[in-house]
Design a protein around this ligand. Structure first.
Ligand SMILES: NC(=O)c1ccc[n+]([C@@H]2O[C@H](COP(=O)([O-])OP(=O)(O)OC[C@H]3O[C@@H](n4cnc5c(N)ncnc54)[C@H](OP(=O)(O)O)[C@@H]3O)[C@@H](O)[C@H]2O)c1
Length: 320
């Protein structure tokens, strides 16, 4: 546990490269600020160039550095071609990646299906992030081989709401949950974030025992209740959401960013926490039920890999 963690506790990150989805607003924006304030180069994946450039201008003003190395990559999580294009764009510019923060998200938005054939929560919160991670993994692993263990990490924003998922947790036979409520679709996608990190831990994370070259540390992070644009739809559709927001029970986005910042870059994040579900602030949380189901973790990985391969987003020869 590290309750005294603040942005100032982060080490110097000069020379390190980070990529974050949804870095133009809310928790993501403050995460970019924290990383850039320590000298990191940060790429922001965003669906709106205008929002991204406005955010970058404001971040540079706050940093009092008009040349702070913060860059925009176009990526709309609802368009998997743009996810592949963002990965290729990044790889054409950089050959290292020290940290990937999978942060972009939606909650309780009205029913929508992408051109790729997935419901909006499932694609935005989970599938797009799986694809981006998969495409960047060779570079992430190569970077890890060239760095001290623990420098290179992947962090995925989840929510405590994963525990409210229904039935089998992941409904492979009706993945869009068309007959359910928007909150159910959010909870399923946030459970998928936890399962994704646990499977990544098995595949690329540190094993018990001696430190190995090239290990990548990973974590899922629940940022707590944070007042951002995320809850706008929840507040209009739920009495509980509306009440909590009216009571001002949410943390400010800079406080909400402390969890992801701790997990992605703090020297106090321990090796044996890799694979964990982290809760506010900078604490290891507990997982149970579906989240601990090793078969489900692997089944979701393979299901997603097969889907994306079948849809032509993964090259047939590469299998991670
Ligand atoms: N706030 C909370 O209380 C809370 C609690 C638990 C978990 N979380 C998690 O924390 C993460 C960040 O949420 P937040 O509270 O910071 O929300 P936010 O302020 O609404 O920010 C969400 C970010 O995701 C981006 N995004 C949404 N759909 C996208 C798409 N199709 N393509 C690309 N980017 C997209 C948004 O871009 P636009 O600006 O273009 O919309 C924005 O940058 C989410 O994963 C959320 O589930 C938040």
């Amino acid at each position: 546990m590290c309750t005294s963690f603040s942005v100032n506790s982060l080490p110097d990150l000069t020379g390190r490269i980070y990529l974050i989805t949804g870095g133009n607003a809310g928790i993501g924006y403050e995460t970019v600020y924290g990383l850039a304030s320590k000298g990191a180069t940060v790429y922001i994946c965003a669906r709106s160039e205008q929002k991204a450039t406005t955010a970058i201008t404001s971040l540079r003003e706050r940093l009092q550095n008009p040349n702070a190395p913060i860059h925009y990559l176009h990526m709309d999580n609802m368009d998997l071609y743009s996810v592949t294009a963002a990965a290729n764009d990044f790889l054409s510019k950089e050959s290292s990646l020290h940290g990937l923060v999978l942060n972009a998200g939606i909650m309780c938005t009205p029913w929508e299906e992408s051109a790729d054939g997935y419901e909006a929560h499932w694609q935005t919160n989970y599938v797009a992030h799986y694809l981006l991670t998969y495409l960047l993994l060779p570079t992430i692993r190569a970077t890890a081989l060239a760095c001290e263990p623990g420098v290179v990490r992947i962090v995925e924003l989840t929510s405590g709401a994963w525990q409210l998922a229904k039935g089998p947790g992941i409904w492979f036979d009706q993945i869009s949950l068309a007959k359910y409520e928007p909150l159910d679709r959010y909870c399923q996608s946030k459970l998928a974030n936890v399962l994704h990190i646990k499977e990544l831990q098995k595949r690329i994370g540190p094993k018990s025992g001696d430190i190995e070259e090239g290990e990548v540390w990973v974590a899922s992070v629940h940022p707590g209740l944070v007042e951002t644009g995320l809850s706008a739809n929840y507040a209009t559709t739920s009495v509980l959401g509306r009440t909590l927001l009216r009571m001002g029970m949410g943390a400010t986005p800079d406080k909400g960013a402390l969890g992801p910042l701790f997990a992605i870059a703090s020297n106090d994040f321990k090796r044996d926490w890799s694979g964990s579900y982290m809760v506010p602030t900078a604490k290891k949380g507990w997982t149970w039920r579906w989240a601990n189901d090793k078969d489900l973790q692997e089944k979701l990985w393979k299901w997603t890999e097969d889907q994306l391969r079948w849809k032509g987003f993964l090259s047939n020869s590469v299998r991670l």
